[in-house]
Ligand binder design. Structure first.
Ligand SMILES: NC(=O)c1ccc[n+]([C@@H]2O[C@H](COP(=O)([O-])OP(=O)(O)OC[C@H]3O[C@@H](n4cnc5c(N)ncnc54)[C@H](OP(=O)(O)O)[C@@H]3O)[C@@H](O)[C@H]2O)c1
Length: 323
């Protein structure tokens, strides 16, 4: 099978197209024929090892101290079950699924095996594989921070900084679904996109600094990493929360002592994916796709994501021989 392989951390050139042996599922695993995977800001951080201070050593221990422990990168994917291990109960051959390999990586490939208990569920019926994979990264992050950590409620005012990226576009849509009034912060070119996803107000960061406009918000989600609590204090209500997902050391330290700063890392779960599928099938969220690259051009996709200006998501399309 074709895979993208890497043997060291570094620039996108470390990613090479290779032939690996097709895996076979263990007794509790399913073999997934991948139709689409993605390149996220998280994948690029891992590849280049541009990891925030304080997380460097734990992340190296997790993914490989001197070189990547897992030979194939990529986390999120959408595809179909080709075969199942003898103990598998949750899936059958032919099921269309989407999910994430998480720390096991391996999604930038034609096939991967995952435990039936991994973050893998039925794909939304109304979405293509490319669309389904595009709602995972930002969607699971928005669920973790907005729903599970901040408990965003109806009529709260929520500001999303970095509203046009993967996390931003999902956060706008889910914050709106939770009934809040959303303000998006983005550049001039993305105002239309951010409005179309449900933001009531849009602030163009090239023209206005929202921290100086005297408006207050119940929740500020910073997906850019250029905000600190002292900077946002005047923009938060008395009980207001700053969610800092692109975590700086200062915000991390503050989050230990202050209840109004939330940091950390979003996880993955079947429940989160089921929630995203339900939202997609009900029309509450849509996939935002900037570019689609074939598997062979995954390094090119990394180069584009590295620039830091993608709109929503970058998807990798896997063309199998017989399709
Ligand atoms: N803690 C966690 O669990 C977690 C989970 C997911 C992601 N993350 C991190 O969160 C960050 C965002 O992820 P992502 O996937 O959303 O990234 P992304 O898709 O690459 O987002 C980039 C977006 O940021 C916008 N942007 C850049 N500078 C800005 C500014 N000064 N003000 C407002 N918007 C600005 C860009 O818009 P323009 O082109 O208009 O500038 C672009 O649309 C990444 O660093 C990622 O590693 C953390």
């Amino acid at each position: 099978m074709k895979v993208i392989a890497w043997t060291k951390y570094g620039a996108p050139e470390v990613l090479e197209l290779k032939e690996f042996e097709k895996p076979s599922p263990k007794k509790d695993e399913v073999l997934i024929k991948i139709h689409a995977s993605s390149v996220t800001a998280g994948d690029c951080r891992l590849r280049s090892f541009n990891i925030p201070m304080g997380f460097w050593l734990p992340t190296r221990l997790m993914f490989g101290l001197t070189k990547p422990r897992r030979p194939v990168p990529g986390m999120d994917m959408s595809g179909e079950i080709e075969s199942i291990g003898k103990d598998v109960k949750l899936f059958k051959e032919g099921d269309k699924v989407f999910g994430t390999t998480g720390m096991r990586l391996g999604a930038n490939a034609e096939y991967t095996c995952l435990s039936e208990n991994a973050a893998l569920v039925k794909k939304p019926d109304n979405m293509s594989h490319e669309q389904a994979v595009a709602i995972i990264f930002g969607g699971l992050t928005a669920i973790h921070f907005l729903r599970d950590k901040a408990n965003v409620q109806r009529d709260q005012k929520v500001l999303i900084n970095g509203a046009s990226g993967s996390v931003g576009t999902s956060s706008i849509q889910l914050a709106k679904y939770f009934g809040s009034e959303v303000t998006g912060v983005c550049s001039t070119a993305n105002i239309g996109l951010v409005k179309s996803l449900g933001a009531k107000e849009v602030i163009d960061y090239t023209k206005e600094d929202f921290t100086k406009n005297k408006q207050t918000y119940d929740v500020i989600l910073d997906a850019v990493g250029n905000l600190s609590l002292p900077q946002c204090k005047k923009s938060l209500t008395k009980q207001g929360l700053l969610i800092s997902i692109n975590t700086s050391l200062l915000n991390n330290l503050l989050s230990i002592f202050r209840k109004n700063v939330i940091c950390g890392v979003a996880g993955e779960s079947k429940e989160g994916l089921d929630f995203l599928r339900e939202r997609a099938e009900s029309g509450d969220i849509e996939a935002v796709i900037d570019r689609v690259y074939p598997l062979e051009h995954t390094a090119k996709a990394h180069r584009y994501v590295d620039m830091g200006h993608k709109k929503g998501n970058v998807v990798i399309f896997v063309k199998h021989k017989e399709t």
